[in-house]
Write a protein that binds this ligand. Structure first.
Ligand SMILES: C[S@@+](CC[C@H](N)C(=O)[O-])C[C@H]1O[C@@H](n2cnc3c(N)ncnc32)[C@H](O)[C@@H]1O
Length: 287
């Protein structure tokens, strides 16, 4: 987890040359409905080519692992999440956000949408990059955490939210929104843009930990709100595979990209643990 990665500032534009052949998946299932790729998402997306996905969820680096401290279970602990989360400075961070967002935009089908989560460290750059690239911003969702850790310095308001920007591929996108399902889920009233959800509980971490695992109910709602069963969903920063799990449980096809093998292993364990025996037998493990 403390592994250091080379600082990589990619070119902001898409490559001119034709896509290289797509690498073999690190893991896939026999039906082709669930695949994990190992590598930098920028390279893998360059290999994948255009208009492949109906929906994308992305939880990119927060760029906040810079020596700060936080409070966990009453103890002061480092916020260091890994080399991948260190800031490279505002300009380089923005160039990175613009580069991977451009690749996601190309990977989306014309009516496809993308959800991107972040804190104040990244979300303004992400929103600006989306405007620069011509995405159509649809909503900014607030994930409200009812039980945040206290602020140790007592010099700030307690951080208790994350923002998730939802956007269409471009200005012409006719986006899918499962309005009736969301309304039903909200007791017959329109679903609002603020969602009160606890961070992952012990059961969600039973197969292992990831420093920024998202709660499964959050991804479950996102996936059901903006895609249909059988649709193809991508998460370019797969982490512990929460998006994949939500897709597998709701009948969506999934592609995850992650560069750290430890997290690919965790994603595979989480997927297999969530499936029944018959379904596990159906799976072909590619390694
Ligand atoms: C914020 S975490 C995602 C957590 C995920 N949403 C979950 O629920 O577990 C970001 C992940 O992206 C990975 N990562 C960072 N930079 C990457 C890149 N350029 N390409 C692919 N993966 C990357 C990190 O290893 C980390 O696991």
């Amino acid at each position: 987890m403390s592994k250091q990665f080379e600082l990589f500032v990619p070119p902001p534009s898409l490559p001119d040359e034709p896509p290289r052949p797509l690498r073999d998946p690190w893991f896939n299932d026999a039906t082709g409905s669930f695949a994990l790729y190992q590598g930098d998402c920028m390279n893998v997306l360059d290999e994948m080519g255009a208009e492949q996905f109906d929906m994308i969820f992305a939880d990119p680096p927060y760029f906040l692992s810079n020596g700060g401290m936080t409070c966990k279970n009453g103890k002061m602990v480092s916020v260091h999440k890994g080399g991948w989360d260190e800031s490279r400075g505002a300009e380089a961070n923005h160039a990175f956000n613009r580069a991977w967002l451009a690749r996601c935009q190309r990977a989306l089908r014309p009516n496809g949408t993308i959800f991107v989560s972040g804190t104040h460290h990244t979300i303004h750059s992400i929103g600006y990059a989306m405007q620069q690239l011509g995405f159509k911003i649809l909503n900014d969702l607030t994930w409200f955490k009812p039980n945040p850790p206290p602020n140790l310095s007592c010099r700030y308001f307690t951080h208790t939210t994350e923002t998730i920007i939802w956007a269409g591929r471009d200005k012409k996108t006719k986006h899918l929104f499962n309005y009736a399902e969301m309304k039903r889920e909200n007791g017959g009233k329109q679903m609002r843009s603020m969602w009160n959800m606890k961070p992952p509980n012990k059961a969600q971490k039973s197969e292992g930990k990831h420093p920024t695992m998202k709660p499964l109910p959050l991804l479950d709602r996102i996936v059901r709100a903006a895609s249909n069963p059988g649709d193809r969903v991508l998460d370019p920063f797969n982490g512990s595979g929460t998006t994949g799990l939500a897709c597998a449980q709701t009948g969506r096809n999934y592609v995850g990209i992650e560069r750290d093998e430890e997290y690919l292993e965790l994603s595979r364990r989480r997927l297999l643990a969530s499936l029944g025996e018959a379904e596990v037998e159906r799976l072909t493990v590619a390694r």
